[in-house]
Structures are given as structure tokens and as C-alpha cells.
Ligand binder design. Structure first.
Ligand code: PHE
Length: 382
């Protein structure tokens, strides 16, 4: 795997003139920032703390932190048994560069190549991932994940040789892997949070079975922190490792960092404001001291939507015009006119800057541009 990330920051890698390209410039500008590799950034601090835990275990985990965020649909989906019609593959959810290349939507996109290479039977892989999504204090279209994979020695799995489906998942060998996975991740949570309340529930991923999610209790609330499971035997056989069995997990670094550093807004991770960046240092989990927020400006927009309306296109259009000062976009009213059979939606947009006061006049200019350009989505502004 590559050891340099410098060319990843070149936006022209992502802004190809291709009919399937839906990467806007404000997203291309985020790629290659390498927040997970910055030693004094909360995302980098958490990444090293997790790797430090795995380094303390008796088994050796290889580390891959500088993989290319551009992956193929094969790597991101097909190799992981994610079917062609899965909503996560649709251009309303995913940033495509061409019809067959995209900004990875999860670090699981690197599982198969590392399995296939056969270089290590256990590895960790961290990086930035991209999903078209709403924006609010806990959702941002770019975030970071850390993936872990562990294969077990063939000798320990002889009893399971050739088993598939239910026969495999109900075998003692599969149980051994699932218990090892859970113990390993519980240990990781204790390493990060001290003794903390945890609970497991069943989950579903096409590439693991059985699959689980882990929640931890934080300030009285259960928060999902990761997804994991026993690697599906078809994922292994597609990677030419049909003789092996193992587990995989993927966790979101922002979620963990927001809890541990008490960072209230996911957008803060991307700010270069030194009132933020100067607060963190390598190896230390410290509580974020918030600096004063500037006042918001609210604007509403209402329109009749066509049947083909894709909400993420509207969210992204607004961000393309106004950038990160779009703090929040919420649907505040929706109704269908029974005679016309048409539906109207009204959204409230909260504009706020992290580093200055906005004027009503400058926001009116942006809102006017949004009203004009939203017509390109086939809506009729009211
Ligand atoms: N890739 C999954 C996600 O992004 C997480 C995951 C990783 C689940 C590995 C199982 C195994 O939600």
C-alpha cells in the first residue's frame, strides 16, 4: 500500500468531466486533508489510540492508513456482496468519479485487496470516507473510519472446512470467532472509555454473518459505535482465501472523538480556526472548550416537487452555493394537494459561520441564488 497521501489533495483527481461524475468542488476540496494522520488532531489522536490498543495485543496487526480514497465499484461493493440494487450504491448516496470509480463509502472497500494479497492475517485500515447525506451537527458528507480484520489459523478451523450458510454459522468454530471478536472490541472500548456499559445487538451487513452492532452508554444514552461480524465465506472465497475464516469490524472515528473530546459539532473537525486546532495534542484526550458561536440567520424555501425529487441533490445544491455556512437544512412542512396530486415541501435553512457574523443581506444573495438554481431540479418554487 502507498505511504504517501500528498497527491490525494489534488481536486482534479475527483472532478473528472464524466457523465456519471457527481463530485462537487466543495467535496473534492476535502479529500486528502489526512485528518486521521495529524498527530495533534482529535481524529488522529483517536486513530493512534486504537492502533496502540491493537499493538498491545499478542497478535500482530498490519497497519494501512494511506490507501487511495478512490476505489472501484468492485472493491467497494461487489467484493463485499453488496448487490447492484442496494441503495448505498445509488448516485443519490454515493460520490461517483466515473461509472466504475468512486470515493469510498467505507473502509471495508480495502478488505478484499488485503485479504487477497495474503501478506498479513490481521490488519487495521483507517481513512476518510464519503457519503452523500444530510448535514447537521452529527452528519457530514466526509468522515473517517477504522477497519479491522483478523483471520484465524487454518488448523483451528479444520472442523469448519467447506461449511457454508447455516451449517457454518452454527458451527463451534464460528462461535469461537464471534466471541473473540466481541472480547477484542469490548477491550478496545475499555481502553478508550475506561470501564463503560456496552450492549450488543444483531445487525446485518452483506459481507459478515452473523453481524452485530455495539452500543455504549454515554451520558445516559445508548450510542452505536461500530458494526462488525464474522466474515462471509463468499467474501473470503472471492479473495482466494476460501481456506480461512475470520472477523471484521468498522468504526466511525468522528463518533468516538465527539464523545471522548466532548466536541459538539462534526463540522468542527474540518475547521482550521486555531481556537479549535490549538486545543489538542498528541496522545492526550482533553475536553474541548467551546468558543462562542456567532448568531444564525434562518431562511425558508418552499416548492412543489416532481416525482423524481432527490432530497440529497437539494442539500448539496445549497452547500455548493453557500458552503459550510449551511449549518442545518430541515423539512418543516410538507403537504399534498389532493386535486393537483402535487406535493409541496418547505425547508428551513440555518446559516451560521464558525468564525464570523453573517449579515442578512449577504444571506439574501445566497438564498436568491438557491431559489433560482433549485429550479434545475425540476421543482416549482412557491
Ligand atoms: N462497513 C460497515 C459500515 O460502514 C461497517 C462494518 C465493517 C461492518 C466491517 C462489518 C464489518 O457501516
Amino acid at each position: 500500500s502507498s505511504s504517501t497521501t500528498s497527491n490525494y489533495a489534488d481536486p482534479s483527481r475527483y472532478l473528472l468531466d464524466h457523465p456519471n461524475n457527481n463530485v462537487p468542488p466543495h467535496i473534492a476540496a476535502l479529500v486528502g486533508k489526512g485528518l486521521h494522520l495529524k498527530p495533534n488532531h482529535p481524529i488522529g489522536i483517536i486513530r493512534s489510540k486504537i492502533q496502540q490498543y491493537f499493538a498491545s495485543l499478542p497478535h500482530n496487526y498490519a497497519v494501512y492508513d494511506a490507501e487511495d480514497p478512490i476505489v472501484t465499484t468492485t472493491q467497494c461493493f461487489d467484493d463485499l456482496r453488496i448487490p447492484p440494487e442496494h441503495p448505498g450504491r445509488s448516485p443519490s448516496d454515493t460520490y461517483y468519479i466515473t461509472d466504475t470509480t468512486l470515493l469510498r463509502t467505507h473502509t471495508s472497500a480495502h478488505q478484499s485487496e488485503h485479504l487477497r494479497s495474503g501478506k498479513s492475517d490481521a490488519f487495521l485500515c483507517a481513512g476518510d470516507v464519503y457519503r452523500r447525506d444530510e448535514i447537521d451537527s452529527s452528519h457530514y458528507p466526509a468522515f473517517h473510519q477504522l477497519e479491522g480484520v483478523r483471520l484465524f489459523p487454518q488448523e483451528e478451523m479444520v472442523g469448519a472446512h467447506g461449511l457454508t450458510g447455516e451449517e457454518w454459522t452454527s458451527s463451534p468454530e464460528c462461535q469461537v470467532i464471534a466471541s473473540h471478536l466481541k472480547e477484542t472490541l469490548e477491550g478496545l472500548m475499555d481502553h478508550l472509555f475506561g470501564e463503560t456499559e456496552k450492549r450488543w445487538s444483531e445487525d446485518y451487513f452483506p459481507f459478515t454473518t452473523p453481524s452485530y452492532e455495539l452500543e455504549i452508554k454515554y451520558e445516559g444514552e445508548w450510542l452505536e459505535v461500530l458494526g462488525c461480524g464474522v466474515i462471509h465465506e463468499e467474501v473470503l472465497s472471492m479473495s482466494d482465501r476460501a481456506d480461512r475464516r475470520g472477523w471484521a469490524f468498522g468504526l466511525g472515528l468522528e463518533r468516538l472523538a465527539m464523545i471522548l473530546f466532548e466536541i459538539p459539532d462534526i463540522r468542527l473537525f474540518w475547521t482550521e480556526d486555531d481556537r479549535f486546532t490549538s486545543q489538542f495534542s498528541e496522545g492526550k484526550i482533553t475536553k474541548f472548550v467551546s468558543y462562542s458561536k456567532y448568531p444564525p440567520v434562518y431562511k425558508d424555501i418552499a416548492f412543489w416537487i416532481p416525482e423524481t425529487f432527490v432530497e440529497n441533490d437539494f442539500f448539496e445544491l445549497a452547500r455548493g452555493i453557500a458552503g459550510d455556512i449551511v449549518e442545518k437544512m430541515e423539512l418543516i412542512d410538507e403537504f399534498t394537494n389532493p386535486k393537483k396530486g402535487k406535493t409541496s415541501k418547505c425547508y428551513r435553512i440555518t446559516y451560521r459561520s464558525m468564525d464570523r457574523s453573517l449579515t442578512n443581506e449577504e444571506i439574501d444573495v445566497l438564498q436568491e441564488e438557491l431559489r433560482a438554481r433549485v429550479e434545475d431540479l425540476g421543482v416549482e418554487v412557491r
